[in-house]
Design a protein around this ligand. Sequence first.
Ligand SMILES: NC(=O)c1ccc[n+]([C@@H]2O[C@H](COP(=O)([O-])OP(=O)(O)OC[C@H]3O[C@@H](n4cnc5c(N)ncnc54)[C@H](OP(=O)(O)O)[C@@H]3O)[C@@H](O)[C@H]2O)c1
Length: 281
Amino acid sequence: MIAMTRLVGKVVWITGASSGIGEAVALEAARGGAALILSGRRRDALERVAAACVAAGSARTALLPFDLADAQARAAACDLAPSLLGPIDIVVLNAGVSQRATFLDTAPEVFDRVMHVDFTAQADIVRRCLPAMVARRSGCLLAIASVAGLAGAPRRPAYSAAKHALAGLFQNLRADLVGSGVRIVTVYPGFVRTAVDRNALAGDGTPAGVEDPDVAGGFDPAPVARRIVRAALSGAVEVRVAFDVRMRLGVFLSRHAPALWASLAHRHAEAAWLAERAGRR
Ligand SMILES: NC(=O)c1ccc[n+]([C@@H]2O[C@H](COP(=O)([O-])OP(=O)(O)OC[C@H]3O[C@@H](n4cnc5c(N)ncnc54)[C@H](OP(=O)(O)O)[C@@H]3O)[C@@H](O)[C@H]2O)c1
């Protein structure tokens, strides 16, 4: 059991803190007494989350809104972050956007946008935050990947590719940084009940705006956030959360019986797609 008191005096920067998993992680870290930097694009949503974090026990909170897709804004945010509440102890790279379109139905610029937000921008934040952690010989970088970063998921071509890339980068960093004092943690969520499905991009880049039955029937964000915060404080390096038996079997089959898995995943995705479209009418 990890003592949450280990968060007192720690500065935690959470991207994508304005909703879903990031919001739940912020609240959980606040209960442990962490000082929080909350990022996302929507300032009003961040203000709501910050107020809830203060009520939950966070000593200090700061808002740092920016768009991950904007390289200049991202660089400015990384420069500013350590001056807000002191040196950053934990960065939770959680912000991301999903997809609901096949590869051929996804416009090339939409594919690139998802790759940029879900991978390139994450790598850029790592590049900018890591030197200070290495210099202090302490810190934790925690990436929220996905089950789609373990097994390519239907109708999520760039999302699956980006989450695989993120997982690969974090495995590389872990090996490169052995003995540095910096912890590199990857979390792979299964389905979690958030707005990820409604915010997912259609092939033309507009929000898909529909409820995915898998996400709607997924795990509650609060216990998922508890596991994530515990992972940041423990010796864990690769953590699967919101993984039911079906999810575990899917990842196993994708490795050991990939053709069978592809056919099962295709059938399941077609059924989910029909249900989503029925819900849209
Ligand atoms: N829910 C699931 O089933 C599931 C499963 C596996 C992995 N995940 C991963 O979990 C993470 C959180 O997703 P969620 O489920 O909590 O969905 P969500 O409620 O849609 O949250 C996504 C967060 O990312 C932020 N974000 C999106 N695009 C951004 C951009 N361009 N710049 C800055 N911030 C941006 C959003 O903030 P603003 O809108 O304010 O910008 C929001 O706070 C994502 O990386 C997702 O891939 C989710």
